[in-house]
Design a binder for this molecule. Structure first.
Ligand code: ASP
Ligand code: MG
Length: 415
């Protein structure tokens, strides 16, 4: 069981999570629960760091950020003990989560779960601080924003759990962000492949790495509300999903930045040099476009997108290669957004991209960049137009929930 930060934000919520965990234990299961930091704690810790340092040291950042989850676990253990069950809270390190050494974005290398298993054997409920581990050089690491999901999935895999339940403040995974699309539909089942694309393109429900990890280890994820007993969404392998709708969901992100390199020498090896520099700085690059150089000039322009949060690091990394490679100029646009449609059924259907472009075109939303995978189409658009784009695409592909479908719709809610 994993509880997100908004599900343990105040004392009442911690007690509610504790009751839920105890009820599960009393129904006969052994329970390991992973908790996130309470409410906005992680954001507050980041802000604190930025108050004392313009570019906080990553190792110390991890020492700081890992405290949020420890607070949640200790408090929840206290509440569980008061309910008559025995609980023990563990840091990521105590729980045996071993990671690589890339501070603030570490990857789990191994889960040495003996201590958890011993505690379960001892009839204890085990609470594990999410989002953190200990590196191969014995430093505390964190797993990137939203990393508690990955902690939970990794533990579920290591312990052979029946299911990894992710409790959150929404009812599950929706066909679009319900804050933007009021008739977004709760999806009962989503395949790993679709969920990967959805997480990668902005669906905030599950951290991308947790879905990757679940797919690689065959962990069934059950995403559900911490407030009620609704059915939620299960994420399973594609052969276990019954239907393959053309489009399953519309996702979006407003946290994109575009970097354009003007006058890049058109020679073999240059792109490798530029993107290795970004990779070494741990910057994830999303879309990349390179134009044909002018016939005489032998110079190209190259644009790519990165998360807006990474722009400072990207800029610093690029400065180091601008002169070496001979790049003319670097331009940044920090106000970009992205809208994507995801669906396993589009693999075998022509015309989906055309429809997306037409819908955006009719609304006079300019498409700045496009990328596709067999089951996803993404368009980078001006950040301010993202909500319109999401609503229009959700309607155009008939994704609305049953209760809000217009009576004259011949398909009813069946699509
Ligand atoms: N507390 C961390 C964050 O806010 C990890 C998590 O919530 O999963 O990103
Ligand atoms: Mg989270």
């Amino acid at each position: 069981m994993k509880f997100g930060g908004s599900s343990v934000a105040d004392a009442e919520q911690v007690k509610r999570a504790a009751r839920r965990i105890v009820a599960k234990r009393e129904s006969g299961y052994r329970v390991v629960a992973v908790l996130s930091a309470r409410g906005k704690t992680t954001d507050e810790l980041i802000a604190m760091a930025e108050e004392v340092s313009p570019a906080p040291d990553p190792r110390e950042m991890d020492m700081l950020l890992s405290t949020g989850e420890r607070i949640s676990c200790a408090l929840c253990a206290m509440a569980i003990n008061d309910l008559g069950q025995q609980a023990i809270s563990l840091t990521g390190s105590q729980a045996g989560i071993v990671t690589d050494t890339s501070h603030t974005k570490a990857r789990i290398l191994d889960v040495r779960s003996e201590r958890i298993e011993a505690a379960l054997e001892d009839d204890k409920i085990v609470l594990v601080a999410g989002f953190q581990g200990v590196s191969t050089s014995r430093d505390v690491t964190t797993l990137g924003r939203g990393g508690s999901d990955t902690t939970a999935v990794a533990l579920a895999a290591a312990l052979g759990a029946e299911e990894c339940e992710i409790y959150t403040d929404v009812a599950g995974v929706f066909s679009a962000d319900p804050r933007i699309v009021s008739n977004a539909r709760l999806l009962p089942v989503v395949s790993f492949e679709e969920m990967l694309e959805m997480s990668a393109s902005g669906a905030g429900v599950l951290q991308l790495r947790s879905v990757e990890y679940a797919r690689n280890h065959g962990v069934r994820i059950h995403c559900r509300s911490s407030l009620d007993d609704g059915p939620g969404t299960v994420v399973v392998s594609e052969q276990d999903t019954l239907e393959q709708p053309l489009v399953t969901a519309v996702t979006h992100s407003t946290g994109e930045a575009r970097i354009t390199l003007l006058g890049v020498p058109d020679q073999p090896g240059i792109a490798g040099r530029i993107f290795s520099t970004l990779a070494d700085a741990n910057v994830n690059v999303d879309m990349i476009i390179q134009n044909e150089p002018l016939a005489d000039g032998r110079r190209a322009d190259m644009s790519f997108t990165v998360a807006r949060d990474d722009i400072r690091i990207a800029r610093a990394a690029l400065e180091a290669v601008v002169d070496e490679v001979g790049i003319g100029a670097v331009a940044m646009d920090e106000e970009m957004g992205k809208v994507s449609i995801v669906g396993a059924g589009m693999r075998s259907h022509p015309g989906v991209a055309a429809k997306v472009f037409n819908v955006l075109g009719e609304a006079r939303i300019n498409i700045e960049m496009i990328s596709t995978s067999p089951i996803k189409i993404s368009c980078v658009i001006p950040g301010a137009r993202v909500p319109d784009a999401v609503r229009l695409l959700h309607a155009a592909f008939g994704l609305a929930g049953e209760d809000t479908i217009l009576p004259e719709d011949p398909f009813g809610g069946a699509r």
